[in-house]
Design a protein around this ligand. Sequence first.
Ligand SMILES: [Zn+2]
Length: 294
Amino acid sequence: MARRGPAVPEDRRQQDQDREQRLAALRVRLQAAAQDTRTAEDWARSLQAAARLPTETWANVLLISAQRPGATLVKGYAAWRAAGRHVNRNEQGIEVFSGPYQPKGNHRHPEDDEHGHSWRDADHVTYVWDLSQTSGQPLPARAALGLPAGAAPPGLWEALCWLARREGFAVEREPGCSDDGTTLWAARRIRVPPGLADSQTIWALAHQLGHVLLHNPTAPVPGTTTTGCRGVRKAEADSVAFITCLRHGIPIEHGFASPQTWTGSDPRAQPGASTCPSRNGRLDRSGRRGRLVR
Ligand SMILES: [Zn+2]
């Protein structure tokens, strides 16, 4: 039987062209999915999807949600086979960005699969399928979630403190800050007030870790803190806390501000909404539109 030789330059050019076209089409699809995220409810829905799909990039979370709303666990074809399941006949694959991935330090979880990378660095489009599109051996059940109001899973506080220490920040329980806690940048301390319900302490520490991981200044000015965070920075830190709590089954009620109020002059966001519900249900008239905080 004749074996096919190495691809000739013309074939290679065609393959490269096809790959670039598929990437370009998926970027357009991503842009559309992002533009569909207009309301506070849209934003919360995307965060809920991110909590269900913790190993996926944000871009792939949006793409998966757009193509398969309610997806709970996605893998590639071979990964499902390796897990003892197979993709059902005629199931349509979900298009996502893929490889190459350059892990940073030890942050990558060994269970992460090959499509966990930035969409900007993606060099091809691949397919994944949701658990609901497969059959076969049952998967190991996750520990039952559903904690009573105010409770938090054992060990989660300690795990978050460990993460803070890894980033070079000590965690202390001291009064004198809001229920979201505060981070003292120059002193490299995260402060969470005492007397909170366990669930609120998790929220506060995760909120501050959001600031630490996303907004840590390279040359902090002594005395500066995250107290009074607002705009994009508050939305990002709240989002980290929201995903963390959801992922660990902590019941939360959080009213996000509409993305229109914190996306500044980004033309992809519709102008409007000068009021938004705060966490306490009051109306916040801070007028956050106009510029990006970061
Ligand atoms: Zn904050």
